[in-house]
Design a protein around this ligand. Structure first.
Ligand code: ZN
Length: 302
């Protein structure tokens, strides 16, 4: 039993439209679902991914309109590392980001930058056999596009306190402070770095949680594993597009374990993903109240 790498990463935005402009416009991802936060259905939950809405490429945002900028500290994921396929890809993104007013840095062989709200990203050249998870975008050639997640980097003052739990979840230690969850089709890394002195403050540009991918069949067993290692997971929650459990790992990072399926085509066809506001069945009766209060979002793709 192994987790199949990163399922999705959820962060916070203060403005859904500029968020869509950046991720679907500049970064070339596909807006694959436009729905509401199931714990607060008055606000958007936006999902960006590859063309098929695959786990492993799915970056999601809760919109809290006007929320002040956050600051990453101990217990936070503070950088998202994406795979790209070539040096030409790094050159392409360096130039494309610059044209769009985003500064970037060549660091450690990759390209680092932050989105307009301060969420940090790195594009990394990674040689791995995993399927590249690519979205179609008229300005981004497929061979230069983002290929899905490689890693999340988290701040921890005491990463050794997380070892027992990570081992129970079958993460493998690959380096000082680096762990890998690699299943039969996909892998993803979890990397600890030393935290800054300033305390964490959640806000725009903050990562809210990272979800690791489980097969549907093994999901309940991961919950038992987490409990056996001292974590306190929630009951299984049906998120309609997948099922989830949540718990905080000892370094303070909020983990989710989410199922690979049923997926985003459960309520709209693949070719029309993300075009209209999707409400899970339990929320459909709220549509008349919820939809008029959400500021319309224009997708640059349409
Ligand atoms: Zn989640």
């Amino acid at each position: 039993m192994k987790l199949e790498g990163i399922h999705h990463i959820t962060a916070i935005t203060a403005d859904a439209q500029s968020n869509v402009d950046f991720y679907a416009g500049v970064m070339g991802l596909r807006l694959v679902k436009k729905t509401v936060n199931q714990d607060n259905p008055t606000v958007y939950h936006l999902f960006f991914a590859d063309e098929k809405g695959s786990a492993g490429s799915d970056l999601t945002f809760f919109e809290f309109p006007g929320v002040p900028p956050g600051r990453a500290g101990a217990g936070d994921v503070h950088r998202i590392v994406w795979r790209v396929g070539s040096h030409q890809s790094l050159d392409f993104w360096e130039e494309r980001l610059a044209v769009n007013g985003i500064e970037s840095d060549r660091a450690g062989g990759g390209l680092r930058f932050a989105d307009p709200e301060g969420l940090a990203h790195e594009l990394a050249l990674v040689e791995v056999g995993d399927e590249p998870l690519i979205a179609d975008h008229p300005e981004v050639p497929a061979d230069l596009a983002l290929r899905g997640f490689h890693a999340v980097c988290a701040y921890s003052a005491a990463p050794e306190t997380s070892q027992t739990l990570l081992e129970a979840l079958e993460f493998e230690s690959i380096d000082e402070g680096s762990w890998e969850a690699r299943g039969s089709s996909r892998g993803g890394l979890y990397v600890y770095e030393s935290p800054p002195e300033e305390r964490s403050r959640q806000g725009a540009g903050s990562v809210h949680h990272v979800a690791w991918a489980s097969t549907i069949d093994e999901h309940e067993q991961w919950r038992d594993r987490a409990i056996s290692a001292g974590a306190q997971p929630t009951p299984v929650i049906d998120r309609f597009y997948f099922r989830s459990i949540y718990f905080r790992e000892p370094s303070g990072v909020l983990f989710e374990i989410a199922t690979l399926g049923p997926g985003f085509t459960v309520d709209e066809p693949l070719e029309h993903l993300g075009e209209k506001l999707s409400l899970p069945p339990d929320y459909e009766h709220l549509r008349a109240e919820v939809e008029p209060n959400l500021r319309p979002v224009i997708n640059p793709r349409s």
